[in-house]
Structure formats: C-alpha cells, structure tokens
Ligand binder design. Structure first.
Ligand code: ZN
Length: 164
C-alpha cells in the first residue's frame, strides 16, 4: 500500500501547492490575456467586458490558488505542531507513571526495609500510602524514623520491625 511510486506520495502531500501554483499562474495568464484583449480592441464598448472578465477570472484564480497554498502551509504547521505536542506529552506521561512505580504495601520490600516521610511531617508511611500522594516523600529506614520521633501513619499503619 505504502510502497507506491514516489511521485504519487509527493502528489499526495503537495497537491494543494501544485494546484495553487497552477491556479495563480492561470490567473495571471487570464489577466494578461484580458489586457491584450483590451489593447487589441478598437471599440471602447468591447474593451470593458474583456477587461472585466479577464481581471475577474484572473483574480478569482489567483485568490483560489492563494487559499490552496495557505491550506498547504497550515496543514504542514498542524502536522509539525502535533508532532511537537506528542514529544512534549510523552516525557510528562513517564513522569506521572514514576510515583506509581513505588512498591505497594511493602510487597517489594518484605521486611519493611523502607518507610517514607514527608519533610516536616510527624508521621512515617508505607510506600504507596495515599497521604504521600502529590508530596515529595523521603525514603528512610524504620530505625531512622524512630530516631526522628516520627509516629506510624494511622492510615497505612507501617509496621516497625524490631530495629533496636
Ligand atoms: Zn500513611
């Protein structure tokens, strides 16, 4: 499907540009023909229709071509913007996933080797406690938590092994 001849892929991506340029060129030609028609006509009464039709047709074609060129440019800008947004979003998604990687309920740390405390707080927690959510938790050993006179969280109830 994708392995078509390269010129067809080129046409698929650039047809508004090509058609736009062609229309602008045709418009300019129409204006020139209109002008030549006017200069070649002796009778004033015949000059006006020539000029009007030539100029109008030419301007319409030039306008249409410009719109197509604009569409082409905007399509490319949109594609670029989308790619940039995708690049910005992917590291952010990895950032969000990072706290979820904390071991849940001490499953990864069987003997409760690590507890977490929020700086300035009075409690220490199991990893993954909801009270830690959105806060910067400092990992420490239960013994260290004991030394800092932190009390176990009443919600997640981290069990303190005999650290003494
Ligand atoms: Zn807790």
């Amino acid at each position: 499907m994708r392995a078509r001849r390269p010129w067809s892929a080129f046409l698929g991506a650039f047809w508004p540009f090509i058609v736009g340029v062609t229309l602008i060129a045709a418009g300019l030609v129409a204006i020139v023909i209109g002008y030549l028609g006017v200069s070649g006509t002796v009778f004033v009464g015949l000059q006006v229709p020539y000029l009007v039709s030539g100029a109008f047709l030419g301007l319409a074609l030039v306008f249409l071509g410009s719109v197509l060129l604009l569409v082409q440019v905007m399509t490319r800008q949109t594609r670029l913007l989308r790619r940039l947004l995708a690049e910005v979003e992917s590291p952010a998604a990895g950032d969000i996933a990072a706290p979820a990687a904390l071991p849940d309920d001490g499953a990864a740390s069987p003997n409760g080797a690590k507890v977490y405390a929020v700086r300035g707080g009075r409690w220490f927690h199991r990893p993954g406690c909801i009270l830690l959510e959105g806060k910067r938790a400092t990992p420490m050993s239960p013994h260290q938590a004991d030394l800092e006179h932190l009390t176990p969280c009443r919600l997640c109830d981290p069990t303190v092994p005999a650290a003494t």
